[in-house]
Design a protein around this ligand. Structure first.
Ligand SMILES: C[S@@+](CC[C@H](N)C(=O)[O-])C[C@H]1O[C@@H](n2cnc3c(N)ncnc32)[C@H](O)[C@@H]1O
Length: 434
């Protein structure tokens, strides 16, 4: 395919010379890199109401796929399913790395396109069930034109997994970008710009905002020159508040958004998850506001959201419904089991139960209900709620007046809401179970 002119020259140059993230294809024989938005169980829960089997000729597009992290992870999970993954990127150097990674893994389910995602509607590539576009739209001259192009090749029933930069969390980065533009005003040479940036980083006074927020930014430390250039010397880079994303995707295109911060799920957008176990006075009022206002409060309260990751689907009905006894609950993202959690709650003897969640750093008091520890005990990732509940009803102490499904769902709701908000407890319908 010939590359049209539908892209920014400087952006392409950057990723031809400094593919991002830098990856050594040989590492594929040692480890698999997973990407938060591309876990099939997450896509199933948030985009397909838990009912996607991924075995009916599933088609995924990775737009601006770079050196292949999302593509390789999707292709690996979809191996031998009849699925096709299409990887498109502006940078031939990045595609080559991604292709070599696929070769090392023996993956043959990826189609490679060298081009601009803005041209997708004219490329005769068909329509897609899932489109990953991570860290790309904010590098386009017109990000909305990029989104419009993606929506044209998305199936009506399909979904997007998007990551764009977060404005407040990147405050220090934009000050550094501005500073380096000023200092580098007399050179257009990438190597010189990089050398100056390294000098500047070494001499930052403690008052500097980038230095104050250095625990938020790691690209320049872990990804060498590629990371440094991408973070501080990019020629086209903008960021969004969560409210701007709602206006763009929801108001503009009627899409339903499900935010899921890497490692933390939507808890990063929930004020009550950020303030610790003791509810401050303002919380009840804030938590009664529309979701999107709560998210705006949480974003400012935290200040640490450097990126926004989210699924965009046709409607809220795309999310697996809590309250359907056919759905199978299962633990994900952490090797914790239902019986282990049940035992923890059983031991604590304190109500409400206080979660001290190490991975997210969240401390939160959660009402464990009357049946919570019994329900958890029977969650094994195979039983639907109906079977879990039947086992609870058969417990000696509940036999005499067994609780119905409605009562059990209501009782377990706070625990489900907490565990689901951190994306540790998800749902799958038996029709999709492999
Ligand atoms: C920051 S990297 C992200 C790569 C990948 N999505 C990931 O998360 O690892 C941005 C990528 O977008 C690509 N890109 C930028 N503008 C593009 C366009 N108009 N069409 C296709 N790819 C583009 C760049 O070449 C680069 O590989």
């Amino acid at each position: 395919m010939t590359l049209q002119n539908n892209y920014l020259h400087d952006v392409r140059e950057q990723y031809e010379h400094l593919p991002y993230p830098p990856r050594d294809p040989q590492d594929e024989s040692k480890r698999l890199i997973t990407t938060w938005l591309d876990d099939l169980p997450m896509i199933n829960h948030y985009c397909y109401a838990g009912r996607q089997s991924f075995r009916n000729g599933f088609r995924a597009l990775v737009a601006g796929g770079g050196t292949g992290d999302g593509t390789i992870y999707l292709a690996e999970q979809l191996r031998n399913t009849g699925a096709e993954i299409v990887h498109i990127d502006l940078s031939a150097a990045s595609i080559e790395i991604a292709q070599r990674r696929a070769q090392v893994r023996g993956l043959a389910n990826v189609r490679w396109l060298h081009g601009s995602l803005l041209d997708l509607p004219d490329l005769d590539v068909g329509e897609f069930d899932y489109i990953n576009c991570s860290g790309v739209l904010h590098h386009l001259a017109d990000p909305n034109a990029g989104l419009a192009a993606l929506l044209k090749v998305k199936k009506a029933s399909g979904a997007l997994g998007v990551m764009v930069y977060g404005q407040y969390g990147r405050t220090g980065i934009y000050q550094m970008q501005e500073l380096l533009r000023l200092i580098n005003r007399t050179t257009a040479e990438p190597a010189e710009k990089l050398a100056t940036a390294k000098e500047v980083l070494k001499t930052l006074p403690p008052s500097n905002w980038f230095r104050r927020g250095q625990d938020l930014h790691r690209d320049h430390l872990v990804f060498g020159d590629s990371g440094l250039y991408d973070l501080l010397l990019h020629s086209q880079d903008r960021a969004y508040t969560v409210e701007e994303i709602f206006r763009w995707f929801s108001d503009g295109y009627g899409l339903h958004l499900q935010f899921t911060d890497v490692g933390r799920g939507r808890s990063s957008y929930m004020p009550d998850m950020l303030v610790g176990p003791h509810s401050p006075g303002f919380l009840a009022d804030v938590c009664a506001r529309p979701l999107r206002e709560q998210y705006a409060v949480a974003e400012l309260l935290s200040g640490a959201l450097t990126m926004h990751s989210f699924f965009a689907t046709q409607s809220a009905a795309n999310v697996a419904p809590y309250g359907d006894a056919e759905q199978i609950p299962f633990f994900f993202h952490e090797p914790v089991t239902g019986p282990q959690l049940s035992a923890l709650i059983h031991k604590s003897k304190v109500a409400p139960f206080v979660f001290n969640h190490a991975h997210t750093g969240i401390t939160k008091a959660v009402d464990q209900g009357k049946f919570g520890k019994f329900i958890l005990k029977y969650i094994d990732g195979k039983r639907p709620f109906a079977d879990v509940f039947a086992l609870v009803r058969a417990e000696d102490q509940f036999k005499r007046s067994p609780p119905g499904d409605t009562e059990l769902f209501a009782d377990f709701q706070p625990l489900y809401d907490f565990l689901n908000a951190i994306d540790r407890l998800l749902l799958q319908h038996p029709s999709a179970a492999g």
